[in-house]
Design a protein around this ligand. Structure first.
Ligand code: MTE
Length: 334
């Protein structure tokens, strides 16, 4: 499927375009020398009308494939529209602005892909792109995603429990943590080539979970959203989703999973340890040093007016996980 819509600044259009139409249009733009010059053409509203057709810089096009899955969870909360969830992103490998990933990740090639799972396990394995879609029964799970920046979305993910993958590799009893790593490919990821584009992060982006968190039934590896494979800006072809933790734990475009006996380093904790902890459980009672975490801006539509402010819930409302942290001081282990 090809999604075509205006980028985050103009998220009014949500159309699906036939691929041949899109290709013809790109060819025509190239021939006419307009390719890459779209910003000039699109920069003012006065250019609307016939020239609007050529506004290639502001146009966002990405391809995904439909996935087959069995429905599992339901969520009565209003879903974030697909055009918002796929154009307002954090993926610093493609730039630090919210609309950078959708613009800069479109040529991101994920085929072939290799995800290796090893470390303290009986049976290490490597999964290729097709394995990710066919080795596990895919489920749709509608989860709330709460970013540490105090905005949130409701997203229908498609994927499988991380636990089902971990069971396959048979963790040794010495395995206490699970470490994750994003692809390191500066050729494809401008933020890895240039520190200014990539926000000063020391790449590859890394994350980690305690093994009981990784085995919890809510923790999933996602390979799709809104019925289709993941678009590049959302972490194609495979990402983590841990709905009771701040969004930065949900690491994108994973190539390596390692079971270990030591708490693994995590990207945001390395950057600012007093602001971002290893646990990063959503917690309205523990403010970020620079802002409150008591409330959040729920993004339900593209329009500013419909961005509701709501109370943030402990563990993002996923109360079942509270038992994982019994007896822990969650102000200290933030
Ligand atoms: N994974 C990688 N590799 N690089 C990133 O910059 N950003 C994180 C997380 N995963 C990030 C990442 C942050 S801060 C958030 S809030 C979520 O991805 C956002 O996911 P989304 O863009 O699909 O909403």
């Amino acid at each position: 499927m090809i999604f075509k819509f205006k980028n985050a600044r103009q998220e009014t259009e949500n159309q699906v375009t036939d691929e041949s139409v899109y290709r013809q249009r790109r060819e025509l733009l190239k021939k006419m020398g307009y390719f890459g010059a779209g910003s000039l053409l699109a920069s003012s509203a006065a250019n609307a009308g016939p020239l609007d057709w050529f506004s290639s810089d502001d146009e966002v096009i990405f391809k995904t494939k439909a996935l087959t899955f069995s429905k599992q969870t339901d969520d009565t909360q209003k879903q974030t529209p697909v055009e918002k969830a796929t154009s307002y992103n954090n993926f610093f490998e493609f730039g630090t602005g919210k609309s950078d990933p959708v613009k800069n990740a479109q040529e991101f090639n994920v085929d072939p892909w290799s995800l290796s799972i090893g470390g303290l396990v009986e049976k290490p394995i490597t999964l290729g792109l097709d394995d990710l879609y066919s080795s596990f029964e895919l489920e749709e799970r509608i989860y709330r995603l709460r970013c540490v920046e105090a905005w949130s979305m409701v997203i229908p993910w498609i994927g499988f429990s991380l636990a089902s993958l971990l069971k396959k590799v048979q963790p040794l009893s010495s395995a206490k943590y699970v470490a994750f790593e994003t692809l390191y490919d500066p050729k494809q990821m401008p933020g890895q080539r240039n520190r200014f584009v990539g926000g000063g992060v020391d790449y590859p982006y890394v994350e980690g979970l305690r093994i009981d968190e990784a085995m919890h039934k809510l923790t999933m590896l996602s390979v799709g959203m809104y019925g289709n494979t993941l678009p590049p800006q959302n972490g194609a072809p495979v990402r983590l989703v841990v709905p009771w933790k701040y969004g930065f734990k949900s690491i994108k475009s994973i190539v390596k999973i390692t079971l270990t006996d030591k708490m693994p380093p995590t990207t945001w904790n390395i950057l600012a340890p007093n602001e971002y902890g290893f646990y990063a459980n959503v917690n309205p009672a523990v403010d970020h040093p620079r802002w409150s975490q008591a409330r959040e801006r729920r993004i339900t539509t593209g329009g500013l007016l419909a961005q509701n402010r709501i109370d943030t819930l402990p563990f993002n409302g996923y109360d079942d996980v509270a038992r994982l942290y019994k007896g822990m001081n969650l102000k200290k282990f933030y």
